[in-house]
Design a protein around this ligand. Structure first.
Ligand SMILES: NC(=O)c1ccc[n+]([C@@H]2O[C@H](COP(=O)([O-])OP(=O)(O)OC[C@H]3O[C@@H](n4cnc5c(N)ncnc54)[C@H](OP(=O)(O)O)[C@@H]3O)[C@@H](O)[C@H]2O)c1
Length: 301
């Protein structure tokens, strides 16, 4: 079985994605090919790439060399285009991949000129209507409430996803983004989801909670379940696509095994969220707090 999430345009996306934009793969063709093959061979049939990662060709190459069918793999890429060059930029994405992606995102709301996100979106949509992006789902990334509102005012095609840093330690901050997403059926895609386990200096108040759930799940399944697995499962059970990464075959195998694990108990999902909301700790800062202030919460308890 593969855990999946349904998008508002009817397409079904594998709930776990493997990204080639971090872990030293950014701009590194050969490692991105080699590790992409490993992810596909582990059974993760969803690759997340982007114009700025310079790994679109490597994505196509990995699919070819892994001997899997292109149509069986979900491919997302992201554009960094300004408004003027959007057509040629999109054509370049398709050229680099050698096929149309399943999902194309505007990588940052700050790429079009200040205040021009809605104009960008109209031009993006035109490429669907003229056939250039026929069959391709459109989405956004790193959008704050004001960015979503700007495009939703004019959208003929609503974005199907918003990809942003998502984990329990940013929930309080991004709640207004999530509320708009829920209202307009925009699925959240998470990156940096393992931040509470891997990047928070102490693990914070979630550490004992995740360890407790991992121990319970290990006992019930007879498998060795770690806190990374628990956090990834929590993400998916929140209805959020988990875009993660790994260059380690053992960790890739663990991600794939999540497909066949039982769900966390509802009270475990709730406790992870409640404890996470006591802290604010963001790894990817960029523009996210600009005109969208961070909550007044400590980074640790
Ligand atoms: N839209 C955007 O602006 C944006 C921004 C950032 C990222 N992204 C996308 O999201 C992808 C993932 O981002 P991320 O790296 O921040 O994701 P993440 O899920 O927070 O972290 C991935 C890291 O987790 C480690 N890991 C995996 N399984 C593990 C385990 N069982 N135990 C210990 N460590 C484990 C991996 O290292 P090992 O290799 O050691 O397993 C990998 O370096 C990127 O590649 C990119 O495609 C998008």
């Amino acid at each position: 079985m593969t855990r999946t999430i349904k998008l508002s345009d009817g397409k079904v996306i594998p709930a776990i994605g493997w990204g080639n934009g971090t872990g030293g793969l950014f701009g590194n063709h050969d490692p991105a090919v080699e590790n992409g093959i490993a992810a596909l061979k582990a059974g993760i049939y969803h690759i997340d790439t982007a114009e700025c990662y310079k790994t679109e060709e490597a994505t196509a190459e990995a699919i070819k060399q892994a001997g899997v069918k292109r149509e069986d793999i979900w491919v997302t890429t992201k554009s960094l285009s300004g408004i003027e060059k959007i057509r040629s930029n999109v054509q370049q994405r398709i050229k680099n991949l050698g096929f149309k992606p399943d999902l194309l995102l505007l990588h940052f709301p700050t790429v079009p000129k200040e205040g021009s996100t809605s104009e960008f979106w109209t031009n993006f949509e035109d490429l669907v209507y003229d056939g250039t992006l026929e069959g391709v789902s459109l989405g956004v990334s790193n959008f704050r409430p004001q960015d979503l509102e700007a495009i939703l005012k004019v959208a003929r095609i609503k974005p199907v996803v918003n990809q942003l840093e998502y984990h329990p330690y940013v929930l309080e901050h991004i709640q207004p983004v999530l509320d708009i997403g829920e209202k307009h059926n925009i699925v959240t895609e998470s990156f940096g989801l393992l931040t509470p386990v891997l990047r928070h200096p102490t693990g914070g108040p979630l550490k004992p909670v995740l360890e407790k759930v991992a121990a319970r799940l290990s006992k019930d399944t007879g498998k060795e379940i770690d806190t990374v697995t628990v956090l990834t499962l929590w993400t998916i059970q929140k209805g959020v696509v988990a875009v993660t990464s790994s260059r380690n075959p053992a960790n890739l195998k663990k991600f794939k095994e999540i497909d066949d694990l039982p769900d966390l108990k509802p009270e475990e999902v709730k406790e992870i969220e409640q404890v996470g909301r006591q802290v604010h700790f963001r790894h990817y800062k960029s523009h996210m707090s600009k005109d969208f202030p961070d909550p007044n919460l400590p980074e640790d308890l």
